[in-house]
Design a protein around this ligand. Structure first.
Ligand code: ADP
Ligand code: ZN
Length: 760
């Protein structure tokens, strides 16, 4: 082949580009030789795509020498001034693409916040910096008179220069000095400062001011110290390992996280803390901020400017600690030393749109790639993590079995609602026991938390004679009645799946009888609470009554003692640490027991254990009243004795007998379409594709389906699914990697859900 390319022929390069498209492959393009700066892997490019050659943006994921004579389309332009995805995160993205069966372009698209993508476009930010004559001017070596605003601007630039920053943006000069655009222009005109394009440096993202740190006046107790000693080794000499920190509620897990992170920061490295839902983490975040420097948050509730600023601070290394929900696992930390996953059992770590990744499992993978430790914390670890900690060599289990100060766990009293019903006519949301406990609390000026994990006023609108139930037009579910104002009759029926609202007919459309409301939600409990305890100061906390700001406000009022009772959904069940809560009431412990999912027992146990854990965190004598129709269910029985280990043993035995996770693995393939016949027809094709892939791989995979999931239609989309089961994830992947490209080509929407957390 010698001589084919002569010496002076330009070196031709090919870029592999991943587009955010359902097409499950990469596309090769020729890199034009006239680019102003060399293209780097991790940057986005714009290129003609598809038969119509529409210009689309995708990530460059590899650059190779041109080897084939095959003609290629050419990249039009490079979009970003620097790579948005580091080599390390690209390896992680490839793993996610393969493990969760999602096109690489879709994975990458979700890894970087939109605001960052916008701001790092190829036009680099313009920065101002002082010139020599500007400097001379400030030190009066040049006898010129400056206006006060002009002097302030030059002074600010001089200070900035001293702090080692490359320069300041127009925006930040104006923010700091309150000067005007013409002032800046005239200073440049006179040659005292100059404008330049920031090259490879990020803009002047100074760390936001840290609140003054307030170290606690106590030291870790012996169990915490033991946990920290065990972690210390892997923090100082980093090495991959998963440390499951199983600590009862109030045992001081958060304290262990904080001290481990302190250590990481001392070593000059960064940490990521994943939390299930940032909105519910107000209190935890405050604790982190009061103890640690450089705490950044990353979540969708931030404005795009804030989000971009936080992202850049982390990328620059100013940000030391990143706190955020599952997507924060992709934080661009360059020198990561530790990842913590708080409440690792929470199902919200699983994303339910593509890429359908699990934040905890991606955290473990990232830690493995970086050879650093992960801490998974929970009072009620998922059975998967518990099982792994007993079986896998790189897992270890650290237990905090006692509450701090050796406080007792609150005593739990179980109320059998069936018996309660027999004794008292009518609908009673509060049992007599709960009512008397509430009185006691209010009399003593203490506080209570009441959990009812159902929004709205009533779960059903139904006909007492013909059993008609109001259902959604778009979904196969019943509608929930939501009261509008104080009056029960002014309400709407709401679908909790497609969010559509409809009027409630007064009479049954089939038999003409008057319709009635059945089932209880937080609105009804609120009404009852106000009627029974008119003197009580309380707030209802659910996603209808609260936005982020109101929620924060309510927690502050509760903390100050301006409220006696919080009544709400799972929004008040987790993480809250209020010393004066002496009573927790679980109005209906069964809300998730009836969900047709093999994890419903686990969820029921976890929620009861979590909310019970809010009581008695600073002094003894706290009580929990748990109301249930199923006092004999194992999940309920074990919850009432705070017996996580007992529950785990019994549930694991059951799962093993059924071959459900953590014994064996699952994947779902879900087809959906507005047309019932289309989804049925394509499901037959899918069945053939899956069967063929199983045949070719010879893996021990069984496929069940096509079958309608428990909810056959959501938002007008008919759904059919396959459940794939295998003893090991590897077998599932062998099959899915063969089937995925064919499946994604079917003319209906196809989703592959590896390790699903719900089967609805
Ligand atoms: P968990 O996260 O396990 O529920 P926390 O970390 O919230 O527990 O700790 C519960 C409470 O005890 C918090 O108010 C915390 O400040 C306090 N605390 C934690 N560790 C100690 C300790 N060693 N000594 C005194 N108080 C502690
Ligand atoms: Zn609906």
């Amino acid at each position: 082949m010698q001589g084919l390319f002569s010496k002076d022929e330009p070196n031709l390069l090919v870029a592999s580009v991943a587009f955010d498209s359902p097409l499950d492959k990469l596309f090769d393009y020729q890199v034009p030789s006239e680019l102003s700066a060399p293209l780097q892997v991790g940057q986005r490019v714009q290129a003609p795509f598809g038969r119509a050659n529409r210009l689309q943006i995708g990530f460059c994921v590899a650059i190779t020498d041109l080897s084939s004579a095959h003609p290629l389309k050419t990249i039009r332009k490079v979009v970003d001034s620097r790579p948005l995805i580091s080599a390390e995160l690209l390896v992680l993205a490839r793993w996610i693409s393969s493990y969760y069966c999602c096109p690489l372009g879709k994975v990458l698209a979700g890894m970087v916040p939109a605001s960052v993508k916008r701001s790092l476009s190829v036009k680099p930010p313009q920065l101002y910096r002082l010139t020599d004559s500007g400097r001379a001017c400030l030190t009066n070596q040049l006898s010129v008179r400056l206006g006060p605003k002009q002097r302030a601007v030059l002074q600010t630039l001089a200070e900035d220069d001293q702090s080692g920053s490359p320069g300041l943006t127009r925006r930040s000069i104006i923010d700091r000095t309150d000067c005007s655009g013409p002032t800046l222009r005239s200073l440049v005109h006179k040659g005292y400062m100059e404008l330049f394009a920031a090259g490879d440096c990020f803009t002047d993202e100074q760390p936001s001011e840290d609140a003054t740190l307030s170290p606690p006046d106590w030291s870790p107790n012996s169990q915490q110290q033991k946990a920290l000693d065990e972690l210390n080794g892997v923090l100082v000499e980093p090495c991959f390992g998963v440390h499951l920190l199983q600590g009862v509620t109030g045992s001081g897990k958060t304290e262990v996280y904080i001290r481990a992170i302190e250590q990481i920061i001392k070593l000059g490295r960064q940490a990521i803390v994943l939390v299930p839902e940032i909105a519910l983490t107000t209190q935890t975040l405050q604790r982190f901020r009061s103890r640690l420097p450089g705490v950044c948050v990353l979540h969708s509730g931030l404005s795009s400017t804030q989000r971009r600023q936080q992202w850049l601070q982390i990328a620059c290394g100013y940000g030391k600690v990143v706190v955020g929900p599952r997507s924060a696992v992709f934080a661009p930390a360059k020198d990561l030393g530790l990842i913590i996953v708080d409440e690792e059992h929470e199902p919200s770590y699983k994303q339910d749109t593509q890429p359908r990744y699990h934040g905890r499992d991606v955290a473990i993978k990232r830690a493995q790639l970086l050879n650093i430790p992960v801490i998974l914390g929970s009072a009620t670890p998922s059975l998967e993590s518990l099982y792994n900690s007993q079986r896998l060599p790189h897992f270890s289990l650290i237990r905090l079995s006692r509450r701090v100060h050796d406080l007792p766990m609150p005593k739990i009293e179980v109320i059998d609602l069936r018996q309660e019903r027999r004794l008292r006519k009518g609908l009673h949301i509060f049992s007599r026991a709960l009512e008397s406990q509430l009185r006691r609390i209010l009399d003593h000026g203490q506080q209570a938390i009441l959990l009812l994990n159902r929004r709205g006023y009533a779960g059903f609108v139904s006909c007492p004679t013909c059993d008609y139930v109001l259902t959604c037009e778009n979904c196969d579910v019943t509608l929930t009645y939501h009261r509008h104002s104080r009056s029960v009759s002014s309400g709407r029926a709401l679908c909790h799946y497609c969010l559509s609202e409809s009027r409630v007919p007064a009479n049954c459309p089939t038999c003409g009888q008057k319709l009635i409301l059945l089932g209880i939600g937080t609105q009804r409990a609120e009404q009852e609470l106000a009627r029974k305890f008119p003197q009580a100061r309380f707030a209802r906390v659910d996603s209808d009554s609260m936005d982020r700001r109101k929620y924060k406000d309510v927690l502050e009022r509760f903390g100050r003692g301006d409220l006696d009772i919080l009544l709400g959904t799972q929004m008040i069940a987790k993480g809250l640490d209020f010393p004066r809560v002496h009573l927790v009431g679980i109005l209906l412990a069964d809300t998730s027991l009836t969900v047709p999912d093999f994890r419903s027992s686990e969820r029921t146990f976890q929620l009861a254990a979590q909310v019970a854990g809010r009581a008695g965190r600073a002094s003894p004598g706290a009580r929990v009243v748990l109301q249930t129709f199923n006092p004999d269910f194992p999940a309920i029985c074990f919850a009432t004795t705070h017996d996580y280990n007992g529950f785990a043993r019994s549930e694991l035995a059951l799962r093993e007998s059924l071959g459900y996770p953590p014994f064996g693995r699952l994947a779902r393939v879900i087809l959906r379409s507005p047309s019932l016949s289309a989804v049925g027809r394509e499901a037959n094709h899918a069945a053939a594709i899956i069967a063929q892939a199983i045949g070719r791989s010879q893996s021990p995979v069984s496929s069940h389906g096509p079958l309608p999931p428990p909810i056959g239609r959501i938002s007008g989309q008919h759904r059919l699914q396959f459940i794939l089961r295998a003893p090991q994830a590897k077998a599932l992947h062998e099959v899915l990697s063969k089937a995925r490209t064919e499946l994604f080509k079917l003319p209906v929407h196809v989703a592959i859900d590896m390790d699903p957390v719900n089967l609805l």
